[in-house]
Structures are given as C-alpha cells and as structure tokens.
Design a binder for this molecule. Structure first.
Ligand SMILES: Cc1ncc(COP(=O)(O)O)c(C=O)c1O
Length: 370
C-alpha cells in the first residue's frame, strides 16, 4: 500500500523548500560537458586561497585516529576559542558548521505556537530551521537591503523566543554599526534570545562593525555564532561555534548530537586559529577582490549593494536568470538570489584576482550580447 509521506510530515516540514546550495563545479562540468579545470566557482562564499598549510598538517597528524570517535566535548578547540574570545569554555558551543548552531537554537527554543523574528533577505537557514520545528518565522521588511532593527524590535511579541540577525548579512552584505547593536540589545526583552550571526566578521574586523563578543557580559540573552568556513577556509570540514552565557550553552548541549564535530575538523580548526598569516591573507585578498569587482561593475555601468562580507550582490535592473545561464555556459558559477526575492541580482563571491578577472571578462561578454 502506498502512503503519502509528505502528508505525514509535520506541518512546518510540509511547507519547507530545501536549501539551494551553490552549484558544484563537477555538476556543471557534467551538465555542460566542460573541463572542470576551467570552471570558476564564485557561488558559495568560500575562501579562494585553499586551506591553511597548518590546518592541512594538523589533519594529516590526525588521520591515524580515524577509527576513534572524536572528542565529543571538543575540549581543546573550546579551550582555544574561549581564550581567544575572552570567555569560559562552558560558554562555547561547537557546531557542524555554524548552521548547526542555528539549528540547535531552533530545536532548543522554538516549537509550534512560538516564533522567531528575522529580516527580509536574511540567510535562508533561519526560516528553514524555524519552520522545521513548527514555529513561525516573522519576516520583517528590510530597510534598503539591510536589517530594520527598529521594525524587528516592534515585531517581537509574547511568543517570540529568538531573533536571528546576521552582521554582515548574507546575501546582501549589508551591516550595522556598534551603536545600532547596543541600542537594539538594550531594548530586546531579556527573555528573547538574540542570535547574532557573525559568519563573515573576520572580513570586517577593525571596520565599522561591532564585535558581538563585547556585549556578551552585559546580555545573557545574546548568542554570537561564528564559523571556520569563510575567512578560515575550512568550509568542507563543517565547523562553527556559538558563544553565549553558560546557561544557553548548556541548553544547546542537551540537543546537540554527541559527536557533531569530527576529529579532522577539530584538529584543523585548532591549527587554523593559530595561523594568523592565513587570516591576514584572507582579508587582504578579499579587500583587493572586492575593489576589483566594484571597479569592474562600475565600468559596466552596474550598481551593487556595498558589502562587508566576502561576496557582493550586483544588480542588473532586469531578470538576472538569463545572465546567470549565460555565465554558466561560459563556465562561471555565481549565485542567483531570486529565491531571496532579489530576481534582478546575482551574488558573486570574492575570488582570487584571476578568478575575479575571469568572471568580469565573461560578464562583459554576456552583457555585450544584450
Ligand atoms: C550568514 C550566514 N550564517 C551562517 C552560515 C553557515 O555557514 P557554516 O555552516 O558553513 O558555518 C552562512 C553560510 O553561508 C552564512 O552566510
């Protein structure tokens, strides 16, 4: 007897659309019969530098231990992160990517009848994590393309348990400053958890963005999430972390899978934290690449949303889908953001100088065709 298992799924899951990742290089090569070597992927906000040599060395040293479960408490990485962040290890939660942290928050704090507040154009995982546990996502219209923190405050009601905010935000790259964050945190009810998603913060350090960690002591309802996927160049290993009050960390630990971060990821993340040169190079290449793309867009008469991430959303003022298709034909993968309600934009991750140049050359050709 056949069964409609979609109808059997919990209501939130029935209405979910799966997360759409950037197209993998091999997939495009297969689809269009292209040589993968010539394909440039600027679609998933990955680090174009390749992994840190120190991280690779740490992975190699760990390989002989693959028959063993990883340290489920991530003792060494938590110790290092705590020292770096100026908190206690008990305040650190490790995740299988920072996505895992977002998911743990949803599973621990949200349920049917409760809601999470987030912005229009917010990272796609916030609605997915919220809906998956049957809670409501309250989407607050953006201001320009950035978070309207005032309107987000107004959206908080008696059933709100979580507010998700990314600074800088993906896919828009928009950001807010320290004063805006301080005012926001001062006004959010103390029983609502604020998840400040700083996946891209290392690209903006020293900029006009606040460091969320500075507010932890004052706000026990704050959780700062960060990742090793971007500036630390370890996206494939899946390792991220949350820093919060020890009590919030304890709650998340109750729903965490026992071995959610694997041993190679733990070792590589520890090593990556010590590789200051790699981090500085990530930042340098990103700054230069951002300037290169902005200059290219300016030359093509295109507008874009100023970004503090490792990506930039460029506006074509018309449906960007045909432009995306033509770029794919040319072996260049960027990210369509129509699913975010931005159909005239493409989001381009910052690559190496050569990758950016290859993208700009392809784009110039595509636009010349009209
Ligand atoms: C804003 C934001 N938060 C979180 C993540 C999750 O990254 P990861 O799970 O690789 O740490 C991403 C990834 O693109 C992101 O853009």
């Amino acid at each position: 007897m056949s069964c409609d298992f979609l109808a059997r799924a919990v209501p939130g899951v029935q209405k979910l659309s799966p997360y759409v990742p950037g197209k993998p290089v091999d997939e495009l090569a297969r689809e269009l019969n292209l040589d993968p070597v010539g394909i440039v992927k600027l679609a998933s906000n990955e680090n174009p530098l390749g992994p840190s040599p120190k991280a690779l060395e740490a992975i190699r040293a760990e390989l002989a231990e693959l028959t063993r479960y990883p340290d489920g408490n991530g003792f060494e990485l938590k110790r290092k992160l705590a020292a770096r962040c100026g908190v206690q290890p008990a305040q650190v939660t490790l995740g299988n990517g920072s996505n895992d942290i977002l998911d743990l928050v949803a599973r621990a704090f949200l349920a049917p009848g409760l809601n999470a507040v987030f912005s229009q154009y917010a990272f796609a995982v916030y609605p997915i994590a919220t809906q998956a546990v049957g809670a409501e996502g309250k989407v607050v219209p953006a201001q320009g393309y950035g978070h309207d923190l005032e309107a987000m405050l107004a959206a908080i009601d008696a059933n709100t348990r979580v507010v998700f905010i990314a600074n800088p935000n993906n896919p828009t790259g928009t950001w807010f400053g320290p004063q805006a964050l301080a005012e926001f945190l001062a006004r959010v009810p103390g029983n609502v958890l604020v998840v400040l998603d700083e996946a891209y913060i290392e690209y903006a350090e020293g900029d006009e963005l606040p460091d969320g960690l500075n507010y932890l002591a004052q706000y026990p309802n704050l959780l700062v999430s960060r990742t090793f996927s971007k500036a630390y160049g370890l996206a494939s290993l899946r390792v991220g972390y949350g820093v919060s009050s020890a009590q919030v960390a304890d709650v998340l630990n109750r729903v965490r899978q026992p071995f959610n971060v694997n041993s190679l990821a733990l070792a590589a993340a520890c090593a990556a934290l010590d590789d200051a040169d790699y981090l500085a190079a990530s930042r340098r290449v990103n700054d230069a690449g951002m300037a290169q793309l902005e200059q290219g867009f300016r030359a093509l008469g295109l507008s874009w949303i100023p970004s503090r991430g490792n990506f930039i959303a460029v506006d074509f003022g018309r449906d960007a889908a045909p432009i995306n298709r033509a770029l794919l034909q040319d072996g260049v993968i960027v990210r369509p953001v129509a699913g975010y309600g931005m159909p005239t934009f493409l989001r381009v991750s910052i690559g190496t100088e050569q990758e950016n140049a290859r993208f700009l050359t392809a784009l110039t050709k595509v636009l010349a065709r009209g």
